[in-house]
Design a protein around this ligand. Structure first.
Ligand SMILES: Nc1ncnc2c1ncn2[C@@H]1O[C@H](COP(=O)(O)OP(=O)(O)OP(=O)(O)O)[C@@H](O)[C@H]1O
Length: 596
């Protein structure tokens, strides 16, 4: 059962997060639960003394004792609540840390592209926050209930034994309804994930600055809003149906409890009228029925909630225990001496999808600058992703100096690469950090950062920012300090991304996927001149649709139909008159027409 599999790890999170607060919350809650029974017993003695009309001093003492019990319960409960809040806050940090760590440790990209896995991560976040406090609350309530049942149960059995059976029946009914509801809640949460995904997608689109221009220009706001509202309506209708079921179950449980309490009162009152029970017995008996019913129904309620939370927590356990999405060796990657070879590499993004690479054979000799060419969708970026080992080929092998890269530790492989991706990231960090994170070990090395920025032709622009390299490249804090941030243009961001990849000056392989697509003609020419000098004698792959940028490459490889269709130097390929020559002359013709 879910509850059993998940309860131990959930409690372990609370325990690891704070032993003192967890133990404190449990001990105090248990202590607080013992006081009402003692208080009720003092109440019984008080009423018996009153009925007998004995010693006033004793009556006062019993009254004070009974009242003090209430005050002590309230004080202990308040401290226990504080400890529980502490456990909740610390467990959330502990669980989130493990969750983010587990997702970040996945070596490949496949799981992160799987919507079902992403839903699971979202559910895991929810489960991570709720499960540990829920289990702690459940444990505390279970002990409390046990004490209350033992404390009050004796009184019930002594006064009228059949009452115990009646109580047990009413509690069993509540237990069944709560457990059914908890299962329903979990199933409901899981079933609504696709709708929720749609809802958040459209909601975030409506306020996303990157989409704002197109949304306004194409008048998409109403379309996206209505799609979001449809998703919200579906989710809300489902939530309302669930709440209706919860309400019906709650009414049924309340009716059963009231009937049982009513029977208890009738039994006690007729017993007292007949003289078989004292007034104290009556107060104790009625207090006992309420004293058992209340904690047991709280426990069952808690059981229902914990069941729901633990059901969701199962997703957390699945995510944090998920195995790596790439099977790898642990050996560190040695420096490249001969070259990298792709041997009959086949690849597709999913098992039923079309093949993107269909038997690529390619050698990237050590020290050679290789240019990669192909029409949109030819598979150039995919090939780069395989070189970085974000995925493994479905067939064939990629060899690093003759050794399959699957035998190496992926982190060690990536430490030997420098790369600018076509869809690079713009980080809300300072200019220095935006470049420095390209080599985390040199994050504070401003000389190195500036050298990389100079190579990418972005140093003057960054130096001129209000706080130079310490300026935050984000508008997130401009409301509190007008010098706190700065916005860069698309081409400037691209140069920052390029500088980031150049931080690893000693990289064994430098990959540049369209590093200058957003730059103006001047900047592009200068950047490619600088890169040409930088790439000389280094192993590099440059992808560019601007074929003139690849002219100086030691080898140009043309991808087509998922294979290498031709390769050679610029001159050799022009002479061959194949695909490259066709593309090159098309571009050259375009420039000639512009000049004419
Ligand atoms: N993450 C992905 N999941 C599924 N299919 C993908 C994914 N990324 C790319 N593809 C598909 O793989 C094919 C090759 O894409 P890729 O990005 O490698 O092409 P490319 O040669 O770099 O194109 P471009 O010149 O437009 O950048 C395309 O048909 C694309 O739809």
């Amino acid at each position: 059962m879910n509850l059993v599999r998940a309860a131990g790890p959930a409690f372990a999170i609370a325990w690891r997060a704070s032993r003192v607060a967890t133990a404190g919350a449990a001990a105090l809650a248990v202590l607080a639960s013992a006081v009402p029974a003692a208080s009720a017993w003092l109440g019984k003695l008080l009423f018996d003394e009153l009925a007998a009309g004995r010693d006033t001093g004793r009556i006062v003492l019993l009254a004070i004792g009974s009242a003090a019990g209430l005050a002590v319960t309230a004080a202990i409960t308040a401290v226990a609540s504080y400890c529980t809040a502490l456990v909740r806050a610390k467990s959330a940090i502990e669980a989130e840390d493990r969750l983010v760590g587990a997702v970040g440790a996945l070596p490949g990209l496949r799981r992160l592209e799987d919507p079902a896995f992403l839903d699971r991560v979202r559910l895991a976040e929810q489960g991570a926050q709720e499960a540990a406090p829920a289990v702690l609350g459940l444990t505390v309530d279970a002990v409390r209930t046990l004490i209350a049942v033992l404390g009050f149960g004796g009184a019930v059995v002594l006064v009228w034994p059949p009452m115990a059976g009646l109580l047990a029946a009413s509690l069993a009914a509540t237990a069944i309804s709560q457990l059914t509801l908890s299962r329903l809640r979990t199933r409901e949460t899981e079933a609504m994930m696709a709708t929720q995904r749609q809802r958040f997608l459209f909601r975030s689109l409506c306020s996303d600055i990157r989409a704002a221009k197109e949304i306004r220009l194409f008048g998409l706001a109403d379309l996206f809003r209505s799609r979001m509202v449809t998703a919200v309506r579906t989710a809300t209708a489902s939530e309302c149906a669930m709440q209706r079921r919860i309400a019906v179950a709650g009414i049924a449980a309340a009716v059963v409890s009231a009937v049982v309490a009513g029977i208890a009162l009738v039994v006690a009152a007729t017993g007292a009228a007949r003289g078989s029970l004292s007034i104290g017995d009556v107060t104790l008996f009625t207090a006992a029925v309420a004293g058992i019913q209340s904690p047991v129904s709280t426990l069952l309620n808690q059981l229902g909630r914990a069941g729901g939370s633990l059901g969701v927590f199962e997703h957390y356990l699945d995510v944090v225990t998920t195995g790596p999405d790439l099977v790898s060796g642990t050996a560190p990657v040695p420096p490249l001496t001969t070259g990298i070879e792709l041997r009959d590499v086949w690849f597709r993004y999913d098992e039923t999808g079309p093949w993107v690479l269909r038997g690529v054979d390619l050698v990237l000799p050590q020290g050679a600058a290789v240019g990669l060419v192909g029409v949109n969708g030819a598979g150039k970026s995919t090939l780069v992703k395989l070189l970085c080992r974000f995925y493994d080929p479905d067939r064939g092998r990629i060899l690093w100096d003759g050794v399959d890269i699957r035998g190496y530790d992926p982190a060690s492989l990536r430490a030997r690469l420098g790369a600018t991706f076509q869809d690079f990231t713009s980080y809300d960090l300072t200019a220095a950090d935006n470049i420095g994170i390209g080599d985390v070990a040199r994050l504070g090395d401003l000389d190195r950062i500036r050298a990389a920025a100079r190579l990418a032709e972005i140093d003057p622009a960054l130096s001129a920012l209000p706080r130079g390299y310490e300026t935050l490249l984000s508008r997130a804090f401009l409301d509190v300090d007008d010098k706190a941030g700065a916005a860069l243009s698309g081409g400037q961001w691209q140069r920052v991304a390029l500088a980031r990849s150049l931080m690893r000056a000693e990289a064994d392989l430098l990959i540049l996927d369209e590093p200058s697509s957003g730059m103006d003609a001047d900047a592009e020419t200068r950047t490619h001149e600088a890169l040409r000098a930088h790439r000389a004698g280094r192993t590099s792959v440059l992808i560019s649709h601007r074929l003139s940028a690849l002219r100086g490459a030691d080898r140009i490889v043309v991808l087509g139909g998922g294979r290498v269709v031709e390769q050679g130097t610029h001159d050799e390929l022009l002479t061959a008159g194949g695909e490259y020559a066709r593309l090159f002359s098309l571009q050259a013709k375009g420039y000639a027409m512009v000049e004419a």
